[in-house]
Design a protein around this ligand. Structure first.
Ligand SMILES: Nc1ncnc2c1ncn2[C@@H]1O[C@H](COP(=O)(O)OP(=O)(O)OP(=O)(O)O)[C@@H](O)[C@H]1O
Length: 313
């Protein structure tokens, strides 16, 4: 946990300074002409703060969370979590101080395919109770909060039940920074409310920091301390909730709708596609061909004309 400085000011739990990130192409560098997914972002979050991360589809929310989780390499100074670089200091996530829960719970398995959902005939309770170093009261409490039946067998659960077990495991170790990427889609209303009550308590009692990317705003008006809005890779707003009159009167959804409507109008006026990207250039006459590179673990690896891995023949 970041120590409070001698003047009583706490150091940020998450610190982003001039972060720019583009996905690398096949040769490890961004394809020429591609716009960065995250551009020149600067922001800090202190221990105890809970931030909602808002943006249209394709705005860069998952990418930002994955960068903060250390899953993509960026210069060490541009992202600090608990004072360390999450990509370079692997101990940060290894120790559980930084926890990232996102996407569906799946794995790439050689010869079986990509994104294979976690399955197997093992009981949920065994998976959860067998995580070493976790006080029994924390695992039992989380199973209760998330309504996990220890008898559930993982090859027979529903999507929502699998999600509950995934969340339970992701929250087990006492994290200091938690990054959540739209993890409540499969949860029912009560499950979601219980989860957010638990997360608020973690912030208030253990001073943890949470960033949560979502498109579901029901019942979230009074949960965050901050709101962050991303569009076209840039931070459009990052403020405490009490600076937004809309949120104060319980209309978070209205605020988000007005942001996204303006964004849609901007994209239209600027000749951009609805996701904010520039339209592909017209055919330049080069002989770029569709070319099947073969099969790899269930996925066709192909080069499509004008895609980033197009083959010049
Ligand atoms: N592995 C990748 N390689 C290249 N580009 C990617 C990759 N993953 C995402 N992108 C691109 O980065 C941009 C941002 O995607 P990202 O998934 O971060 O958006 P998002 O805000 O989380 O969207 P959504 O709300 O739909 O989940 C998109 O234009 C997407 O096409």
């Amino acid at each position: 946990m970041p120590a409070a400085a001698s003047n009583g000011v706490c150091s940020p739990a998450v610190q982003v300074s001039g972060l720019t990130f583009s996905y690398p192409d096949l040769d490890g560098t961004p394809a020429p002409g591609t716009e960065p997914v995250v551009r020149n972002m600067t922001m800090d979050l202190l221990p105890g703060q809970r931030c909602l991360l808002i943006g249209a589809n394709g705005a860069g929310k998952s990418t930002l969370l994955r960068v903060l989780a250390g899953k993509h390499m960026v210069p060490a100074g541009s992202v600090r979590v608990l004072g360390q670089s999450p990509f370079h200091d692997t101990q940060l996530s290894g120790s559980g101080a930084l926890s990232y829960i996102g996407g569906s719970w799946d794995r790439d398995i050689a010869f079986a395919g990509y994104s294979i959902p976690l399955q197997g005939d093992f009981p949920a309770g065994k998976m959860i109770r067998n995580v070493p170093g976790i006080p029994a009261e924390r695992s039992e409490r989380l199973m209760k909060v998330l309504d996990v039946n220890p008898e559930w067998r993982m090859h027979q659960v529903s999507d929502g039940q699998r999600r509950r077990v995934q969340l339970c495991l992701g929250l087990l170790r006492p994290f200091q920074v938690l990054l959540l990427d739209e993890i409540t889609v499969d949860l029912d209303v009560l499950g979601r409310a219980d989860l957010f009550a638990f997360l608020r308590e973690e912030c208030e009692e253990r001073n943890v920091t949470i960033i949560y990317a979502t498109h579901i705003f029901d019942g979230l008006e009074h949960w965050p301390t901050h709101v962050m809005y991303l569009a076209r890779g840039e931070l459009q707003a990052f403020q405490p909730v009490d600076t937004f009159p809309e949120i104060q009167r319980g209309d978070l959804l209205g605020l988000v709708c007005s942001w996204l409507t303006k964004e849609r109008e901007f994209n239209k006026a600027d000749g951009r596609l609805p996701d904010g990207t520039k339209a592909a250039p017209a055919d330049d006459g080069l002989n770029l061909a569709n070319w099947n590179n073969g099969w790899a673990a269930g996925r066709l690896a192909s080069s499509i004309k004008h895609s980033s891995n197009a083959v010049l023949r």
